[in-house]
Design a protein around this ligand. Sequence first.
Ligand SMILES: Nc1nc2c(c(=O)[nH]1)N[C@H]1C(S)=C(S)[C@@H](COP(=O)(O)O)O[C@H]1N2
Ligand SMILES: [Mo]
Length: 313
Amino acid sequence: MPRFNDMPRIAPSDITPQGVWLNRRHLIAGAAALGGAGLIGGSAQAAQVIEPLKAATGFPAPSDPPSDKKLATTYNNYYEFGTSKSAPAMNAHRLTVRPWSVEISGEVSKPRTIGIEELLAFPLEERIYRFRCVEAWSMVVPWIGFEFNKLAALVEPTSRAKFVRFTTAERPSEMPGLGSPVLDWPYTEALRIDEAMHPLTLVTLGMYGETLPNQNGAPVRLVVPWKYGYKSAKSIVKIEFVEKQPVSSWTKAASHEYGFYSNVNPNVDHPRWSQKRERLLPALFASRETEMFNGYGAQVASLYAGMDLKVNH
Ligand SMILES: Nc1nc2c(c(=O)[nH]1)N[C@H]1C(S)=C(S)[C@@H](COP(=O)(O)O)O[C@H]1N2
Ligand SMILES: [Mo]
């Protein structure tokens, strides 16, 4: 079984420090070339290289450099593959990521099912985001994707669409963690519509210049950088625009610990983890001060004007 170490890599010098646009034609060509040889060792899909095209702007670059790729692809939370940090990297090769499609339905004028090839054909962009887990660790990750609002534009949400609910894959034969009742499967998450439509909210298809490794949520996940990591659902199969605020898997499991908003907030502690500081991995100690909205306050604070963020945690 190939480990990620054996997959094609890009040199750190090839990682552009700021956001970059990516050449979608290159990616499609790469996907076609890998079509025959893409299945190595069972269901694992070989990583496809995605090449940068042009710089994108309009969001803050983290002050720390991108985290080591090996760390970001071996220290994961993906409970469908086990609850330890190392389990997803060991087990997620079992996930079949082709064919893949995402059903988009609910309060939209043009419901549709969209295939992974169509998602990969959007103009892709590299976004280097600070990623903060509620367990008080963080990383800096060069994600690749496109803004969720571009996907929403395809289906035309109606005026009744107030929230967006994301449902992720539930494959008992491929996901050993589903046997454990730690969460109510399938894993679901949700955002308020204005949060989902915010330009920072990324439909994510790759990281470190390549398609997503399975343990990081292949073939398509969300990344919402001002919220705790669990709002960023992995391996999405359904997106519903809905009128009522959904209850996510984590809120269902422990509502006092995992509120609907889950904005990174150093002033509101989780019952088990202080949120004042964080371990910027691989650091062992929480020496970094956590920033309000994970450092994206200038972009997103207005979404919460007038709200009590202790009550709406
Ligand atoms: N389907 C699914 N999505 C998920 C999770 C999960 O267990 N299942 N874990 C969440 C949590 S708690 C975090 S911190 C991030 C971790 O993403 P990473 O492994 O790419 O860092 O994924 C989130 N998305
Ligand atoms: Mo998390």
